[in-house]
Design a protein around this ligand. Structure first.
Ligand code: G3I
Length: 373
């Protein structure tokens, strides 16, 4: 009898120890489900934000470059590339054994005006712009071949109704600029995962456009491997059912899904419709910026539940979802503080302005292992 109780006690102690060792990190909690990423900014890449770096190393096993690999940053002039920060970015990811994402190659924003024009200022023709796109992609992707594992190849090519955005890429090259971008990226690094990345794909009209686009690309043998649902969400949009339907729809196309830029805005909506179009800029007013002195606990709890509900859906689809990336480390880092209204105090992420975990962090840790039904 004595032996049995000793064994039971030992098992209880081991069990307790195991529970006590429960992962206190996001990456540990979701180990085996999907990687947990964060967009990192120049201050974190260069080490200036030591506190942010410590959080990144402790909590995340994937990184995305918030700005440093965008065309305006890495290729500011026709004959000049600047890889200073991108080299540090990739080195940070490698040193910390992270899944490294490249963001992004072809976008209508943060791309210099010269890209679309010749040295006399006239718009390029199709062949000249394709050659410029190919040079950029081969140079940038080629430099990090085998080191950046996944690229956001084309970003936000669709309008809200699902039609193709009439960017200069589309107007000058035509619809196949998207396929060409994926082709060039695959040429430069055949092993890299290649993503089409967009926002609001949880809305049916835009999702139908994305489904048609991905279906066409796959039918043409274009090497697209995943779709990025950016996830610039609010407390109420998208619903759990909308997120579930969106992931399910893309899973049917034999592509993986990355939740590529997750944040949840708790501030009053300033735009008439849900959007993440960075060109929006709405004038500040007090009613749009109610939490200057801190976030009420009631809203902290709403945010916590919202994140837990969304992670339940991601877990339900963990066979398809490969990555969940937060678009920033702490609330103070977030683009949401300045968009669509400059100078607001937003609270969209899991760590507060002091770098401390919020109730939402605890909720996401607790949600691990609990997929939505
Ligand atoms: O680098 C300049 C700096 O030299 C200058 O002093 C400063 C003054 O305004 O601006 C700096 O550039 C800013 C840049 O971020 C780097 O910090 C731009 O003004 C600012 O507009 C830009 O914002 C970025 C935004 O994309 C612009 O498109 C955000 O940080 C970034 O989080 C956001 O990320 C996008 C994704 O790439 C695509 N999906 C939507 C997402 C949110 O908009």
């Amino acid at each position: 009898m004595q032996v049995r109780s000793t064994v039971l006690t030992a098992l209880l102690v081991i069990g307790f120890a195991a529970t006590a060792q429960a992962p206190a990190s996001l990456k540990g909690a979701y180990q085996g489900d999907f990687v947990i990423g964060a967009a990192i900014n120049a201050a974190q890449i260069t080490g200036e934000d030591a506190r942010g770096d410590a959080t990144l190393k402790a909590q995340f096993n994937s990184i995305s470059p918030e700005n440093c690999l965008k065309w305006e940053s890495v290729h500011p002039q026709p004959d000049r590339y600047d890889f200073t920060i991108p080299d540090l970015y990739v080195a940070f990811g490698e040193k910390n054994h992270m899944f490294i994402v490249g963001h992004n190659l072809v976008w209508h924003n943060q791309v210099p005006a010269w890209v679309f024009r010749d040295d006399k200022g006239s718009l390029l023709d199709r062949d000249a712009l394709l050659a410029r796109m190919r040079d950029h992609i081969h140079t940038v992707v080629g430099r990090y071949k085998g080191r950046i594992q996944s690229w956001d190849v084309v970003n936000e090519a669709l309008n809200e109704d699902g039609t193709l955005r009439q960017s200069l890429w589309e107007k000058i090259i035509g619809d196949d600029y998207i396929a060409k971008a994926f082709q060039y990226a695959h040429e430069a690094d055949p092993q890299a995962q290649l993503t089409y990345n967009d926002y609001n794909l949880e809305n049916e009209a835009k999702r139908k456009g994305a489904i048609a686009l991905v279906t066409k690309l796959k039918a043409e043998g274009v090497p697209i491997t995943s779709v990025g649902l950016q996830g610039h969400d609010s407390l109420t949009w998208p619903t759990v059912d909308q997120m579930d339907a969106a992931i399910s729809d893309f899973a049917k196309l034999d592509v993986k899904v990355a939740i590529s830029e997750l944040d949840i805005d708790v501030l009053p909506p300033a735009a008439r419709q849900q959007t993440a179009d960075v060109t929006l800029n709405i004038q500040q007013n007090a009613a749009l910026n109610p939490y200057v002195n801190g976030l009420p606990d009631s809203v902290q709890q709403q945010l916590a539940k919202r994140y837990a509900d969304l992670f339940g859906v991601f877990l339900k689809h963990r066979d398809v979802v490969t990555r969940v990336t937060f678009w920033g480390v702490t609330d103070g880092d977030s683009w949401r503080n300045d968009w669509p209204v400059r100078g607001r105090t937003s609270y969209p992420l899991l760590f507060d302005r002091a770098g401390q975990p919020k109730a939402a962090f605890d909720a996401v840790i607790r949600a691990a292992g609990q997929p939505a039904s």
